[in-house]
Design a protein. Structure first.
Length: 373
Protein backbone atom coordinates (compact mmCIF):
# COMPACT_ATOMS: atom_id res chain seq x y z
CA UNK A 1 0.00 0.00 0.00
CA UNK A 2 1.42 3.39 -0.99
CA UNK A 3 2.28 5.80 1.80
CA UNK A 4 0.55 9.17 1.94
CA UNK A 5 2.45 12.17 0.58
CA UNK A 6 4.37 14.03 3.26
CA UNK A 7 2.39 16.91 4.78
CA UNK A 8 4.34 19.11 7.20
CA UNK A 9 1.11 20.11 9.00
CA UNK A 10 0.19 16.51 9.86
CA UNK A 11 1.98 14.36 12.48
CA UNK A 12 4.65 12.40 10.60
CA UNK A 13 3.60 8.98 11.87
CA UNK A 14 4.77 7.55 8.54
CA UNK A 15 8.39 8.41 9.40
CA UNK A 16 10.28 5.43 7.90
CA UNK A 17 12.02 3.05 10.28
CA UNK A 18 15.78 2.58 10.10
CA UNK A 19 17.91 1.83 8.21
CA UNK A 20 17.50 4.01 5.14
CA UNK A 21 18.15 2.35 1.78
CA UNK A 22 21.88 1.71 1.30
CA UNK A 23 21.89 3.48 -2.05
CA UNK A 24 20.88 6.68 -0.26
CA UNK A 25 23.64 6.68 2.38
CA UNK A 26 26.53 4.63 0.96
CA UNK A 27 27.49 6.45 -2.22
CA UNK A 28 31.11 6.87 -3.33
CA UNK A 29 30.95 10.58 -2.45
CA UNK A 30 29.75 9.80 1.07
CA UNK A 31 32.38 7.07 1.51
CA UNK A 32 35.14 9.54 0.62
CA UNK A 33 33.81 12.00 3.21
CA UNK A 34 33.55 9.15 5.71
CA UNK A 35 37.22 8.23 5.26
CA UNK A 36 38.31 11.82 5.93
CA UNK A 37 36.13 12.06 9.03
CA UNK A 38 37.42 8.76 10.42
CA UNK A 39 41.07 9.77 9.85
CA UNK A 40 40.59 13.07 11.66
CA UNK A 41 38.77 11.34 14.52
CA UNK A 42 41.51 8.70 14.91
CA UNK A 43 44.16 11.44 15.05
CA UNK A 44 42.12 13.26 17.70
CA UNK A 45 41.79 10.13 19.83
CA UNK A 46 45.56 9.58 19.72
CA UNK A 47 46.59 13.14 20.48
CA UNK A 48 44.08 13.50 23.33
CA UNK A 49 45.99 10.88 25.30
CA UNK A 50 48.97 13.25 25.50
CA UNK A 51 47.07 15.81 27.59
CA UNK A 52 45.71 15.56 31.12
CA UNK A 53 42.25 14.05 30.68
CA UNK A 54 40.61 16.19 33.36
CA UNK A 55 41.70 19.30 31.46
CA UNK A 56 39.94 18.09 28.31
CA UNK A 57 36.87 16.80 30.11
CA UNK A 58 36.22 20.00 32.03
CA UNK A 59 37.16 22.61 29.47
CA UNK A 60 35.92 21.11 26.20
CA UNK A 61 32.72 19.67 27.65
CA UNK A 62 31.83 23.09 28.97
CA UNK A 63 32.41 24.68 25.56
CA UNK A 64 30.02 22.14 24.03
CA UNK A 65 27.40 22.78 26.69
CA UNK A 66 27.55 26.50 26.01
CA UNK A 67 27.37 26.11 22.23
CA UNK A 68 24.58 23.52 22.36
CA UNK A 69 22.36 25.78 24.44
CA UNK A 70 23.09 28.70 22.10
CA UNK A 71 21.59 26.70 19.22
CA UNK A 72 18.34 26.84 21.23
CA UNK A 73 18.76 30.63 21.65
CA UNK A 74 19.83 30.27 25.30
CA UNK A 75 22.83 32.54 25.78
CA UNK A 76 25.43 33.09 28.47
CA UNK A 77 28.79 34.83 28.43
CA UNK A 78 32.05 32.99 28.99
CA UNK A 79 32.76 35.22 31.97
CA UNK A 80 29.40 34.49 33.58
CA UNK A 81 29.72 30.77 32.97
CA UNK A 82 33.22 30.23 34.32
CA UNK A 83 32.55 32.38 37.36
CA UNK A 84 29.59 30.12 38.07
CA UNK A 85 31.94 27.14 38.13
CA UNK A 86 34.42 28.75 40.49
CA UNK A 87 32.61 27.56 43.67
CA UNK A 88 31.18 31.01 44.38
CA UNK A 89 27.65 29.85 43.49
CA UNK A 90 26.26 27.64 46.23
CA UNK A 91 23.04 26.35 44.69
CA UNK A 92 20.99 26.18 41.51
CA UNK A 93 18.79 29.14 42.43
CA UNK A 94 21.81 31.48 42.36
CA UNK A 95 22.63 30.75 38.73
CA UNK A 96 22.02 33.66 36.36
CA UNK A 97 21.11 33.94 32.69
CA UNK A 98 21.81 30.91 30.53
CA UNK A 99 24.44 29.51 32.90
CA UNK A 100 21.83 27.29 34.56
CA UNK A 101 20.89 25.59 31.26
CA UNK A 102 24.55 25.19 30.29
CA UNK A 103 25.39 23.42 33.53
CA UNK A 104 22.28 21.24 33.28
CA UNK A 105 23.42 20.20 29.80
CA UNK A 106 26.81 19.21 31.17
CA UNK A 107 25.15 17.24 33.98
CA UNK A 108 23.05 15.42 31.38
CA UNK A 109 26.12 14.57 29.32
CA UNK A 110 27.84 13.01 32.33
CA UNK A 111 24.68 11.20 33.37
CA UNK A 112 24.53 9.53 29.97
CA UNK A 113 28.27 8.89 29.88
CA UNK A 114 28.29 7.16 33.28
CA UNK A 115 25.23 5.07 32.40
CA UNK A 116 26.86 4.01 29.14
CA UNK A 117 30.12 3.06 30.88
CA UNK A 118 28.23 0.71 33.21
CA UNK A 119 26.17 -0.96 30.50
CA UNK A 120 27.46 -0.32 27.01
CA UNK A 121 24.11 0.11 25.26
CA UNK A 122 21.45 2.68 24.61
CA UNK A 123 17.94 2.36 26.02
CA UNK A 124 14.80 4.45 26.28
CA UNK A 125 15.52 4.85 29.99
CA UNK A 126 18.99 6.25 29.30
CA UNK A 127 17.63 8.73 26.77
CA UNK A 128 14.81 9.79 29.10
CA UNK A 129 17.27 10.30 31.96
CA UNK A 130 19.43 12.51 29.74
CA UNK A 131 16.35 14.53 28.82
CA UNK A 132 15.28 14.86 32.45
CA UNK A 133 18.71 16.23 33.37
CA UNK A 134 18.72 18.66 30.45
CA UNK A 135 15.28 20.00 31.36
CA UNK A 136 15.42 19.40 35.12
CA UNK A 137 12.06 17.64 34.99
CA UNK A 138 10.42 14.33 35.85
CA UNK A 139 8.60 14.40 32.52
CA UNK A 140 9.10 11.65 29.92
CA UNK A 141 8.00 10.89 26.37
CA UNK A 142 5.48 13.52 25.30
CA UNK A 143 1.87 12.39 25.74
CA UNK A 144 -0.60 12.21 22.83
CA UNK A 145 -2.54 15.33 23.84
CA UNK A 146 0.56 17.52 23.43
CA UNK A 147 0.39 19.55 20.22
CA UNK A 148 4.00 19.71 19.04
CA UNK A 149 5.06 21.46 15.84
CA UNK A 150 8.37 22.86 14.63
CA UNK A 151 8.02 26.41 13.37
CA UNK A 152 10.29 28.58 11.29
CA UNK A 153 12.41 30.92 13.37
CA UNK A 154 13.40 34.47 12.57
CA UNK A 155 11.56 37.66 11.72
CA UNK A 156 10.81 37.34 7.99
CA UNK A 157 7.45 36.87 6.26
CA UNK A 158 7.59 33.09 6.81
CA UNK A 159 8.45 33.36 10.51
CA UNK A 160 6.13 31.20 12.61
CA UNK A 161 5.02 28.94 9.77
CA UNK A 162 5.01 25.20 10.39
CA UNK A 163 7.97 23.38 8.85
CA UNK A 164 7.50 19.99 10.52
CA UNK A 165 5.04 18.10 12.71
CA UNK A 166 6.66 15.11 14.47
CA UNK A 167 4.95 11.77 15.08
CA UNK A 168 2.12 11.77 17.59
CA UNK A 169 1.04 9.11 20.07
CA UNK A 170 3.04 7.38 22.79
CA UNK A 171 3.01 3.95 21.12
CA UNK A 172 4.11 5.40 17.78
CA UNK A 173 6.96 7.33 19.40
CA UNK A 174 8.08 4.32 21.46
CA UNK A 175 8.03 2.09 18.37
CA UNK A 176 10.27 4.47 16.47
CA UNK A 177 12.56 5.00 19.47
CA UNK A 178 12.94 1.23 19.94
CA UNK A 179 13.85 0.89 16.27
CA UNK A 180 16.42 3.70 16.65
CA UNK A 181 17.91 2.08 19.77
CA UNK A 182 18.22 -1.30 18.07
CA UNK A 183 19.90 0.41 15.12
CA UNK A 184 22.43 2.02 17.48
CA UNK A 185 23.15 -1.08 19.59
CA UNK A 186 23.04 -3.99 17.13
CA UNK A 187 26.19 -3.86 14.99
CA UNK A 188 25.54 -7.30 13.52
CA UNK A 189 22.07 -6.63 12.19
CA UNK A 190 22.98 -3.06 11.22
CA UNK A 191 26.58 -3.40 10.11
CA UNK A 192 27.37 0.23 9.29
CA UNK A 193 30.33 2.42 10.09
CA UNK A 194 29.66 4.23 13.41
CA UNK A 195 29.83 7.64 11.76
CA UNK A 196 27.20 6.58 9.22
CA UNK A 197 25.08 5.49 12.17
CA UNK A 198 25.68 8.80 13.92
CA UNK A 199 24.46 10.84 10.95
CA UNK A 200 21.42 8.64 10.35
CA UNK A 201 20.53 8.39 14.04
CA UNK A 202 20.82 12.12 14.63
CA UNK A 203 18.31 12.80 11.88
CA UNK A 204 15.98 10.08 13.15
CA UNK A 205 16.03 11.29 16.75
CA UNK A 206 15.27 14.87 15.72
CA UNK A 207 12.48 13.62 13.45
CA UNK A 208 10.92 11.50 16.21
CA UNK A 209 11.17 14.52 18.56
CA UNK A 210 10.16 12.39 21.55
CA UNK A 211 10.04 15.10 24.21
CA UNK A 212 8.14 18.31 24.80
CA UNK A 213 11.38 20.32 24.73
CA UNK A 214 15.14 19.85 24.78
CA UNK A 215 15.21 17.41 21.83
CA UNK A 216 18.06 19.22 20.08
CA UNK A 217 20.29 19.16 23.15
CA UNK A 218 19.45 15.51 23.85
CA UNK A 219 20.21 14.58 20.25
CA UNK A 220 23.62 16.22 20.40
CA UNK A 221 24.43 14.37 23.63
CA UNK A 222 23.47 11.08 21.94
CA UNK A 223 25.98 11.91 19.18
CA UNK A 224 28.75 12.20 21.77
CA UNK A 225 27.71 9.04 23.61
CA UNK A 226 27.65 7.04 20.37
CA UNK A 227 31.30 7.90 19.73
CA UNK A 228 32.13 6.57 23.20
CA UNK A 229 30.02 3.42 22.79
CA UNK A 230 31.72 2.57 19.48
CA UNK A 231 35.17 3.30 21.02
CA UNK A 232 36.02 6.00 18.51
CA UNK A 233 36.91 8.20 21.49
CA UNK A 234 37.95 7.41 25.06
CA UNK A 235 36.26 10.42 26.62
CA UNK A 236 33.52 12.80 25.40
CA UNK A 237 35.48 15.47 23.57
CA UNK A 238 34.17 15.85 19.99
CA UNK A 239 31.41 18.42 20.05
CA UNK A 240 29.56 19.46 16.92
CA UNK A 241 27.45 22.29 18.29
CA UNK A 242 29.85 25.10 17.31
CA UNK A 243 29.89 23.78 13.72
CA UNK A 244 26.10 23.68 13.69
CA UNK A 245 25.90 27.27 14.94
CA UNK A 246 28.22 28.41 12.15
CA UNK A 247 26.23 26.45 9.54
CA UNK A 248 22.76 26.57 11.08
CA UNK A 249 20.76 27.29 7.92
CA UNK A 250 22.23 24.26 6.15
CA UNK A 251 21.61 22.10 9.23
CA UNK A 252 17.87 22.75 9.19
CA UNK A 253 17.58 22.74 5.39
CA UNK A 254 19.24 19.32 5.08
CA UNK A 255 17.18 17.83 7.92
CA UNK A 256 14.03 19.01 6.17
CA UNK A 257 15.22 17.63 2.83
CA UNK A 258 15.49 14.14 4.33
CA UNK A 259 11.98 14.40 5.74
CA UNK A 260 10.34 15.84 2.65
CA UNK A 261 12.18 13.97 -0.12
CA UNK A 262 14.33 11.28 1.51
CA UNK A 263 17.29 13.29 0.23
CA UNK A 264 20.04 11.88 2.47
CA UNK A 265 23.05 12.95 0.41
CA UNK A 266 23.51 16.53 1.62
CA UNK A 267 22.67 15.61 5.20
CA UNK A 268 25.23 12.80 5.34
CA UNK A 269 27.93 14.97 3.79
CA UNK A 270 27.10 17.80 6.19
CA UNK A 271 27.48 15.61 9.30
CA UNK A 272 30.69 13.95 8.09
CA UNK A 273 32.20 17.34 7.24
CA UNK A 274 31.16 18.59 10.69
CA UNK A 275 32.96 15.65 12.31
CA UNK A 276 36.12 16.12 10.22
CA UNK A 277 36.35 19.90 10.73
CA UNK A 278 35.53 19.71 14.43
CA UNK A 279 38.08 16.96 15.03
CA UNK A 280 40.79 18.99 13.28
CA UNK A 281 39.86 22.14 15.22
CA UNK A 282 39.91 20.21 18.49
CA UNK A 283 43.35 18.79 17.66
CA UNK A 284 44.59 22.34 17.08
CA UNK A 285 43.05 23.49 20.36
CA UNK A 286 44.54 20.56 22.30
CA UNK A 287 47.98 21.35 20.90
CA UNK A 288 47.59 24.98 21.95
CA UNK A 289 46.44 24.04 25.46
CA UNK A 290 49.26 21.51 25.72
CA UNK A 291 51.91 24.11 24.76
CA UNK A 292 50.44 26.60 27.21
CA UNK A 293 50.39 23.98 29.97
CA UNK A 294 54.02 22.98 29.32
CA UNK A 295 55.21 26.61 29.25
CA UNK A 296 53.30 27.42 32.44
CA UNK A 297 54.62 24.32 34.20
CA UNK A 298 58.22 25.20 33.28
CA UNK A 299 57.79 28.81 34.40
CA UNK A 300 56.35 27.84 37.77
CA UNK A 301 58.98 25.13 38.28
CA UNK A 302 61.69 27.75 37.70
CA UNK A 303 60.22 30.73 39.57
CA UNK A 304 57.94 29.08 42.14
CA UNK A 305 59.33 25.55 42.64
CA UNK A 306 57.47 25.09 45.94
CA UNK A 307 54.10 25.05 44.12
CA UNK A 308 53.11 21.42 43.36
CA UNK A 309 52.59 20.36 39.75
CA UNK A 310 49.10 19.19 40.76
CA UNK A 311 48.19 22.84 41.40
CA UNK A 312 49.27 23.75 37.87
CA UNK A 313 46.98 21.02 36.55
CA UNK A 314 44.12 22.42 38.63
CA UNK A 315 44.36 25.89 37.10
CA UNK A 316 43.97 24.26 33.67
CA UNK A 317 40.81 22.32 34.50
CA UNK A 318 38.77 25.50 34.00
CA UNK A 319 39.78 29.14 33.57
CA UNK A 320 38.21 30.53 36.77
CA UNK A 321 39.01 28.90 40.11
CA UNK A 322 38.58 29.74 43.75
CA UNK A 323 41.39 29.04 46.26
CA UNK A 324 39.40 26.04 47.53
CA UNK A 325 39.91 24.42 44.11
CA UNK A 326 43.61 23.91 44.94
CA UNK A 327 43.03 22.07 48.22
CA UNK A 328 44.33 18.49 48.29
CA UNK A 329 46.62 16.26 50.34
CA UNK A 330 49.56 18.62 49.85
CA UNK A 331 47.69 21.93 50.17
CA UNK A 332 45.39 21.70 53.17
CA UNK A 333 44.98 25.40 53.97
CA UNK A 334 42.92 27.96 52.05
CA UNK A 335 45.44 30.59 53.07
CA UNK A 336 48.24 28.57 51.44
CA UNK A 337 46.16 28.22 48.28
CA UNK A 338 45.54 31.97 48.23
CA UNK A 339 49.27 32.61 48.64
CA UNK A 340 50.13 30.34 45.71
CA UNK A 341 47.53 32.01 43.48
CA UNK A 342 48.83 35.48 44.40
CA UNK A 343 52.35 34.31 43.56
CA UNK A 344 51.14 33.04 40.19
CA UNK A 345 49.54 36.46 39.74
CA UNK A 346 52.98 38.09 39.99
CA UNK A 347 54.06 35.99 36.99
CA UNK A 348 51.04 37.09 34.95
CA UNK A 349 49.52 33.60 34.97
CA UNK A 350 46.46 34.34 37.11
CA UNK A 351 44.35 37.48 37.39
CA UNK A 352 42.17 38.14 40.47
CA UNK A 353 38.46 38.92 40.10
CA UNK A 354 36.18 39.89 42.96
CA UNK A 355 32.71 38.35 43.15
CA UNK A 356 30.78 39.65 46.13
CA UNK A 357 33.04 39.14 49.13
CA UNK A 358 35.15 36.44 47.46
CA UNK A 359 38.18 36.70 45.21
CA UNK A 360 38.57 34.14 42.43
CA UNK A 361 41.37 33.80 39.91
CA UNK A 362 41.38 33.68 36.12
CA UNK A 363 43.89 31.72 34.03
CA UNK A 364 43.73 34.40 31.38
CA UNK A 365 45.63 32.59 28.60
CA UNK A 366 43.48 29.46 28.95
CA UNK A 367 40.36 31.63 28.98
CA UNK A 368 41.42 33.31 25.73
CA UNK A 369 42.16 29.96 24.08
CA UNK A 370 38.73 28.58 24.96
CA UNK A 371 36.88 31.75 24.06
CA UNK A 372 38.28 31.44 20.54
CA UNK A 373 36.59 28.07 19.90
Amino acid sequence: MATKPYDRNVPHNQLPLLPPPDEKILTIEIMKALNKANRALAELKGIARKLNQSVLINTLALREAKASTEIENIFTTDDELYKTLSDTVKNDSELKGGAKEVLHYREALWKGYNRLKKKNEFSINLIVEVYQKVQQTTDGIRPPQTETVIKRRGSGNLSGTVIYTPPKGTKVIEQKLNNLITYLNDDKKYDYDPLIKLAVAHYQFEAIHPFRDGNGRCGRIINILLLIQKKLLDIPMLYLSAYIINNKDDYYAYLNAVTARQDWRKWMLYVLKAIEDTALLTIQKINEINRLFDNTTKLIAKKLPHIPKESVERIFEQPYISPKWLLDERIKSVNTAKKYLRQMETLGIMIPKKIGKEVIYLNVDLFNLLSDM
